[in-house]
Design a protein around this ligand. Structure first.
Ligand SMILES: Cc1cc2nc3c(=O)[nH]c(=O)nc-3n(C[C@H](O)[C@H](O)[C@H](O)COP(=O)(O)OP(=O)(O)OC[C@H]3O[C@@H](n4cnc5c(N)ncnc54)[C@H](O)[C@@H]3O)c2cc1C
Length: 351
């Protein structure tokens, strides 16, 4: 019998890794065309472009522990440029360490003093290492539409009429997907998980020649005050924050843009040109649309998740994991996935 992990984002891949280490027979199913979920790294013309997360706090242990365990500990790299500035709508001002995340509404559960870390080749390095260990147990374009009790464990249904039986299941999918799947199999409390808000956002990466940008840029980026008036909420000087993000003599910016009418890349360039003093047009731009991006939890979230988990403990082995439940950061997702795998391993007796 098999343990099915639904969702091949970082939480699902971490869960699958933990399960395979314990000798379990695992199959990982994802609705998308590729694994990684919100982790999307594109490498083009010597640039490393992050569509989703670009790093994690150096003080967060779980993702780094996993990286070492899968053999890519030597690929961990530290932030180079440090600190952020504040765009007031008029000028860029110094900003205290840790304030940037607060302004963006990102909950930080670790010490920000050590700065950020990432992987030399981008965040997808961890996904690639995890996927390499899973072949051929990873199946993409396999969206699970329903879960139902089976003689032993669970029956997962897919679009079309195919199905898969598994002794145990880990749902490492966004909260709204888990809410629907769990409500369908008789866990009404799970409907409340749908209250997790996934805010829409767009990240726009923009490449320039380094000499198009002023040499006086301070720190690793800026955050705009809520009343600054533009669409750009924040910007990372990606090629300064981490090494090797752009070829020699070229520069890479990444803007976080709220919902806009019109082309987000043109809007981002126009605003950044005015804020930073950029000369001329970008060499190229790339926009990533997150219709449901970073999750935010309403009050009472932890209690709701605990109630659902109590109910799940009374059913055949089934666990939930990921950013929708246990913290939005990538390191929290690794922990959540591995914890869910341990719960399942306990339930099925180690294998
Ligand atoms: C723009 C952006 C920037 C971010 N920046 C950072 C950062 O710098 N640092 C940080 O720590 N975090 C950051 N985050 C947050 C972090 O990337 C995510 O919270 C984390 O990657 C989520 O991982 P996950 O595995 O829980 O979920 P996901 O990555 O969402 O994976 C869920 C998977 O489930 C699949 N799925 C959905 N429905 C089904 C179904 N029915 N059947 C099968 N599969 C299904 C999806 O295709 C997806 O692959 C950022 C997020 C965004 C969007």
């Amino acid at each position: 019998m098999t343990v099915a992990v639904v969702g091949a984002g970082l939480a699902g891949l971490s869960a699958a890794w933990e399960l395979t280490q314990a000798g379990a027979d695992v199959v990982v199913l994802d609705a998308g065309r590729q694994a990684g979920g919100m982790i999307v790294t594109e490498r083009r013309d010597g640039f490393i472009v992050e569509g989703g997360p670009d790093g994690f706090l150096a003080a967060e242990p779980d993702i780094q522990e996993l990286a070492r365990a899968v053999g890519i500990g030597d690929r961990l790299v530290d932030q180079v440029a440090r600190g952020s500035t504040l765009w007031t709508g008029q000028r860029l001002e110094p900003l205290a360490e840790g304030k940037a995340a607060e302004l963006l509404g990102i909950q930080v559960n670790a010490d920000v003093g050590g700065g950020f870390r990432t992987f030399a080749g981008g965040m997808a390095e961890l996904v690639e290492a995890l996927v390499a260990g899973l072949v051929p147990r990873l199946r993409t374009t396999q969206g699970v539409t329903a879960a139902a009790p089976a003689t032993r464990g669970w029956r997962l249904s897919f679009n079309g009429s195919s199905s898969l039986d598994a002794e145990a299941v880990i749902l490492a999918v966004p909260a709204w997907v888990a809410a629907r799947l769990l409500a369908g199999l008789g866990v009404p409390a799970a409907r409340s998980l749908d209250t997790v808000i996934y805010a829409p956002s767009i990240t726009v990466s923009l490449a320039y020649r380094a000499d198009q940008l002023p040499a006086t840029l301070q720190g690793a980026g800026f955050v705009a005050t809520p009343d600054a008036g533009g669409a750009v909420r924040a910007c990372t000087y990606a090629w300064r924050k981490y090494r090797m993000r752009a070829p020699e003599g070229l520069a890479l910016l990444r803007a976080f843009v709220g919902p806009v009418d019109g082309d987000p890349a043109s809007i981002a360039h126009a605003e950044l040109a005015a804020i930073l003093g950029i000369n001329g047009a970008p060499l190229w731009t790339r926009a990533f649309y997150w219709t449901r991006g970073l999750p935010r939890y309403p009050r009472g979230h932890a209690e709701r998740v605990a109630t659902v988990r109590e109910r799940l403990a009374q059913l055949a082995p089934l666990a939930i994991a990921g950013a929708g439940f246990d913290g939005a950061g990538v390191s929290a997702c690794v922990k959540s996935g591995r914890d869910a795998a341990r719960v399942i391993l306990d339930r099925i007796g180690g294998k």
